[in-house]
Design a protein around this ligand. Structure first.
Ligand code: PEP
Ligand code: MN
Length: 357
């Protein structure tokens, strides 16, 4: 896949973490006073992107669905008064048209819209020939192809400033997170579009303030280019997502406590040493693949033997014995037992498939 040519607009870089984008502001614009008061405090932190949802996609029609168009005026005021660039969610062509008329700088496509190619295409069509930044949140469900397709639809408009946003995924079953991070998905999207900045939204992943720091740090450790964090002057009074919003003071503490990473280094010693270690990893990977291939070949021979003797391929006691052996050996080697068991389950399933063939 051809990576986007979209440059990282350097004038948007932040003071904290120098190379990172930070977008802060309330889940929803609720009143002119709330927007301006929160924006003032956000601007005082040296942040220059301000978010606020004005059209809110809500599960229940009885929930607060946003102020709508009148809040655009407040976002324009925020820009004029504090120099903050505005970011809002858009979900159709009318939203785009109205946002552009008020000089909103960044339009994000929400998780509920990314799932729908018709919606994304409608938004993309309304963006042709305009100059604005667009951020595509991951779809609600863990589907990297859907996310990729949405990014491609936006890139095909010719827009130069395109961002992706990781806000976690709705998965079946219990999770400590509001939306499971499933880091492998944003990592894969970054691999497909290396020059599109990936912004993490730890607020919607966490659902509560206590995980926000850990999720933010993990995103920075993975080389994400920024954070979008819901910040409300008084979270307890928020009309949406009140459990997860930080106060500006909490936001400042968070930003001060994070370990910000640089995107690259000129340190020659680092480059020499990492290249030696990467050669070593490449060699080990080759050996692993050789061993894996030998394992599968032996497995195939076992398959023929079982077939000759009319025995089932899956033999439970043998599989239990492998698991027992692997977990005790993993412990001796200081490897995480969970990881080794997951790996061997995959080997085992593949072996059964091969024997079945
Ligand atoms: C939001 O950012 O307020 C929002 C609605 O996000 P998402 O689309 O990720 O649920
Ligand atoms: Mn929200």
């Amino acid at each position: 896949m051809k990576p986007t040519e979209a440059p990282i607009p350097s004038e948007n870089k932040q003071r904290q973490g120098s190379d990172h984008y930070i977008i802060a502001g309330p889940c929803s614009a609720e009143s002119r006073e709330q927007v301006l008061a929160t924006a003032r405090e956000v601007a005082q932190l040296g942040i220059n992107w301000f978010r606020a949802g004005i059209w809110k996609p809500r599960t229940s029609p009885d929930s607060f669905e946003g102020i709508g168009s009148p809040a655009l005026e407040w976002m324009a005021e925020v820009k004029k008064e504090f120099g903050l660039r505005g970011a809002i969610e858009v979900a159709n062509a009318r939203h785009v048209e109205e946002a552009l008329a008020y000089g909103i700088d960044l339009l994000w496509i929400g998780a509920r819209s990314t799932v729908n190619p018709f919606t994304v295409q409608e938004i993309a069509d309304s963006l042709r020939g305009v100059d604005v930044s667009v951020m595509i949140k991951n779809p609600i469900n863990p589907d990297v192809e859907l996310w990729t397709g949405a990014v491609e639809r936006i890139l095909r408009t010719g827009l130069k400033s395109v961002f992706a946003c990781h806000r976690g995924f709705d998965v079946y079953g219990k999770s400590v997170y509001r939306n499971a991070p499933l880091w492998e998905l944003p990592i894969e999207l970054k691999r497909r579009f290396p020059s599109i900045p990936m912004i993490c939204d730890p607020s919607h992943i966490s659902g509560i303030p206590s995980f926000i720091s850990m999720i933010s740090q993990k995103a920075l450790n993975l080389g994400f280019e920024g954070l979008m964090i819901e910040t409300h002057r008084n979270p307890e009074e928020a009309l949406s997502d009140k459990q997860q919003q930080l106060t500006p003071t909490q936001l400042q503490k968070l930003l001060d406590s994070l370990q910000w990473k640089q995107s690259h280094t000129e340190n020659a010693d680092y480059h020499n040493r990492i290249s030696i270690m990467r050669d070593a990893i490449d060699e080990i990977d080759e050996k692993l693949l050789d061993l894996l291939s030998a394992r599968m070949e032996t497995s195939m021979r076992i398959g023929f033997l079982k077939k000759e003797n009319n025995l089932p391929f899956y033999q439970y006691d043998r599989w239990s014995e492998i698991l027992r052996h692997c977990s005790s050996h993993a412990e001796e080697l200081g490897l995480h037992e969970d990881f080794v068991l997951k790996l061997f389950s995959m080997f085992h399933l593949e072996s059964i498939d091969i024997q079945g063939e």
